[in-house]
Design a protein around this ligand. Sequence first.
Ligand code: PMT
Length: 401
Amino acid sequence: MLAGKTVLLGVSGGIAAYKAVAVCSQLVQRGAEVHVLMTSAATRFVTPLTFQAISGHPVLTDLLTEQHYGHVDHVHLAHRADLMVIAPATANLLARLAAGQADDPVTALALAVRCPVLVAPAMEPNMYAHPATQANIARLRQYGYHILEPAEGRMASGRYGKGRLPEPEAIVAAAMDLLRPRDLEGRRVLVTAGPTREPLDPVRFLSNRSTGKMGYAIARAAAARGAEVVLVSGPTALPDPPGVEIVRVESALEMHREVMARADWLEVAVGAAAVADWRPAVYHEQKMKKQDGPLVVELVRNPDIMADLGARKRPGQVLVAFAAETTDLDSHARQKLTSKNADLVVANDVTEPGSGFGTDTNRVRIYHRDGREEALPLLTKDEVADAILDRVAALLAGGNR
Ligand code: PMT
């Protein structure tokens, strides 16, 4: 996603500056050309040489003495930037940004760029909660800066509270959100994600290996592309994707109820959940006691959520089913196009290393209604999400009749 993009990374002088090194590294690994700008206080925490080695570019630490690009550095970089990320942003830096000052490379570039700017504040909880800091943040929002809320937890001082710089992965994910096209603006998208749990008694259930990563990536990407997103999620350990309404469920029956209640509302449905096909026929109100010999549990079929959506699909709606297969990917995926009345089937071989359950990557084949089939390379689940949504956006734009 970041290939060919120029990202400016502004670092100010707080202890969390060390995390900016990982942010820089992850941006570079995702293909971005990264230029780092530091306040003089930041250089007391991390040396410019560290950022230079990781980014492969000179680091701007002084507006007046350094001219790496042959003419005024901050103007040159400002014109090239696709995105600016400021992490960490100290209370002092927020105040100077809010006042429109431009007395160091970070504040000067923040004024000079016309690209989206993501600001990640990090400071002691009392400083963060202070009305002056909050007023500065409110003003920055008015100016159009995107604020990434600090996390709660243990601070460098040993205190607990809200003020920690979010982890580098979260900063990079928020940065990438800002570069996504807004081609799903106002579209109503429902995504299912995660496993379902089919209860046997109060302590036992049948479930599967889905972690929700694939579905959450789709929900997040759709929201970042402007859609109104409802994520119907089975039990997962994932943080809520920003800008998404989450409906939490446990069983397939609950997921079926929540999805079907929105069948008329949605314009796009993506079924990334691993829904249990069967549930125990009998739910035991009390914990089942151990017994000698084998236990036979009778299972009954669960409703097929995507097939039920497909059966009442109206013109203009786009349905995307997944197919998790261990053999005969091709024939099973094509069969699901028909049985679910889907527009696209995204098939993954869950036995392939790096694909399927629990991984951060996935290799998928996308089957279209018109018979086309695309084999995508191994991608991150974020990239797979965008690849699916590119095709959804094209179907919506074409009227999907
Ligand atoms: O969650 P992760 O750890 O990131 O793993 C991702 C994933 C492997 C779960 C995901 O990529 C995936 O393949 N999801 C679909 C899993 C699945 O249940 O596949 P299926 O081939 O059994 O089902 C086909 C389609 O019908 C799916 O869209 C499924 O959501 C839907 N379905 C299935 C059964 C059912 N009762 N109702 C349904 O709606």
